[in-house]
Design a protein around this ligand. Structure first.
Ligand code: ATP
Length: 232
């Protein structure tokens, strides 16, 4: 059984949200997810971490440098959003556990770290490298995503086929995302974000077909895509 008690009497500090992704390209649902997580999970800020060489999915359509630049443009001017370049700058393949280990060293043992995942990403979690170690390093807050329903009803979930993940979910689940600020790591919660049926896959397809994803990506990101002829 998990406990909400801090492991020592030292102050925990404001929870830090962590949003990893391929961001190929970054779009407005990523930004809304971060914004709504700030409020739902009482976060001080959200750190966006573009993957350099993501290992659990297809290889990106844009280079790491271009994806990083698009995230930088999308975040500029928003003081509660931070950019973490480390996965892109690293020579190593991008895995979340080593990234969280580095953040844990930087922020200390007590700071609540909250890994933000859309429901699709959460449902695929048990395919991630060293995924069981995530819970010692961070909490997980799952955002609803259209087309990827997770049943959060008491002891029942629709993760039956992934019994290990379902077990973790049942042991660690707290219905109050706000409660994540009471301990450094180890709980799972969820929050209902405004449903936005937007994906980077669909945006890349629109660009390849010659139609515009205007208003699905920030204007500065669209300008960058067009100036660098990405995804055409
Ligand atoms: P792709 O279509 O290329 O797979 P994506 O749109 O899912 O990309 P990612 O960079 O893979 O974008 O996603 C980063 C994180 O944002 C993941 O946790 C993902 O679940 C979440 N996310 C992306 N789009 C949405 C959305 N529309 N609603 C909720 N969460 C989302």
């Amino acid at each position: 059984m998990q406990t909400d008690e801090p492991s020592s009497s030292a102050p925990l500090g404001t929870p830090l949200g962590i949003l990893g992704g391929t961001f190929d390209p970054i779009h407005v649902a990523h930004l809304r997810l971060a914004q709504e997580a700030l409020e739902a999970c009482a976060l001080g800020s959200v750190r966006f971490i573009p993957a350099g060489r993501p290992m659990h999915r297809h290889q990106p359509g844009a280079s790491a440098a271009d994806r990083l630049e698009m995230v930088r443009l999308a975040l500029s001017g928003y003081t509660q959003f931070e950019l973490d370049e480390s996965e892109v700058l690293s020579e190593q393949p991008s895995y979340t556990v080593p990234t969280l280990e580095r953040l844990r060293l930087n922020y200390g043992a007590q700071r609540p770290l909250v890994l933000l995942l859309g429901a699709d990403a959460f449902l695929g979690l048990s395919r991630w490298h060293r995924w069981r170690e995530l819970f010692a390093l961070a909490h997980i807050a799952v955002a609803t995503r259209p087309g990827h329903v997770i049943e959060f009803t008491g002891t029942r979930t629709n993760m039956g086929a992934q019994s290990e993940l379902a077990n973790e979910f049942q042991t660690r689940y707290t219905h109050s995302a706000n409660a994540l600020s009471a301990s450094p790591a180890g709980r799972i919660s969820h929050f209902a974000m405004t449903p936005l049926e937007i994906s980077a896959t669909a945006i890349r397809a629109q660009l390849a077909a010659g139609t515009s994803p205007r208003f699905l990506v920030p204007d500065k990101v669209l300008d960058y895509i067009q100036a660098h002829r990405l995804y055409f």
